[in-house]
Design a protein around this ligand. Sequence first.
Ligand SMILES: Nc1ncnc2c1ncn2[C@@H]1O[C@H](COP(=O)(O)OP(=O)(O)OP(=O)(O)O)[C@@H](O)[C@H]1O
Ligand SMILES: [Mg+2]
Length: 367
Amino acid sequence: MTNTPDSQFDQLFKQPSIEAMLQLSSKKFEHFVAFVLQQAGYGVRDVAAKFLRGVDLELQSRHPPQQRFGGIEAKRYDPSHLVGLKAVQKLMGAPAIRGRTGYLITTSDFTLPANQMAATSKNIRLLNGVSFVRYITYLKGSAYTDAAVLNTVIPPDGFAVAVPNAKASHTKILTIANNKGGVGKTITARYFASILAARGETVLLVDMDPQANLSEYIFNLRAERIAEEHLRQFDWIIFDTPPAVSLFTRSALAASQFVLLPVGARFSSISGSETLLTQVPTMNALTGSAAKVIGGFITHWGDDRDSNDMAAVIQGVFTQNGSQLLQTKIPFDVSIKRRTGRRKSQADAAYDSLVDEVLGYVNSHYV
Ligand SMILES: Nc1ncnc2c1ncn2[C@@H]1O[C@H](COP(=O)(O)OP(=O)(O)OP(=O)(O)O)[C@@H](O)[C@H]1O
Ligand SMILES: [Mg+2]
């Protein structure tokens, strides 16, 4: 396969859409599919002219030991024109995929008989236009696309695993995340849980951080109380996450409906926010769910010039990523660790209004 950089493909990879793919010729679409599979870590061979292989593209490992993964048949069809049974049967008989996986990828969709036929075969996978766009979105946010990782591939079907979440129940699931450490994720999760609980909501607080700071904070909650709560349905599930896009953070995002980002009023917390903002569409693409980013809010706020300058920059980062910065700012408050007294500290009051702001968003976006 040629490796000529193609700015049209780069652009399409950045902003994938069925409409844009339909602008390509059939041959160009085939090459774009090859380009996408290369981003997923495959070595790709164009064998469209070799009729005996029976596919357009063959997939293999990029580095020795040479491994063959199967083949791809690409169909750039107008959405009104579905891919039918014959195409599936032809792929099933293709020598290139014998004992391996054959993918049929289209800009359009498949007829019912085509779907039924594919379902009878263990090694045939169909990707319609919507799934293919989701696959690209998933690849873009996946660290594994790093070419330095030898022979790591992301198969086109490995991503489309629907994660059941609590949509059917009334439970609201919120993840507190930022790739940057020490910005106040754990404190925020803890405040949210205690404020919501004080307002009569049942809350399950989940510590997804292997450092387990949150568990240390709440260790003195009585075990029998937790057991009792488990028997009932929770109004809220809140995930605290580690400062990394690890399996833990990804799992929390996959299960969530809402994501909230604490952002330290420091330049260093910007890249962590950006990383996280790209993870949400990635996990939505992976799971087919639609977690919403509520937005960011400033923590460690000092009401000075530096903090104000940083807030303006951070606001810009969120807006550029199609999100928002909430109004509430959490002041730097040295008494925050000793949140036991009756008197409300500055941070207590700020977290109260943050919860109000978040509830305003959640209530208008919860379906
Ligand atoms: N508003 C605040 N004022 C003063 N100190 C704070 C405030 N919020 C958090 N802290 C302190 O900052 C430190 C980091 O906070 P926290 O543990 O909540 O961050 P985190 O994002 O969960 O960190 P990590 O990424 O390591 O999990 C803690 O020592 C905490 O007590
Ligand atoms: Mg933490």
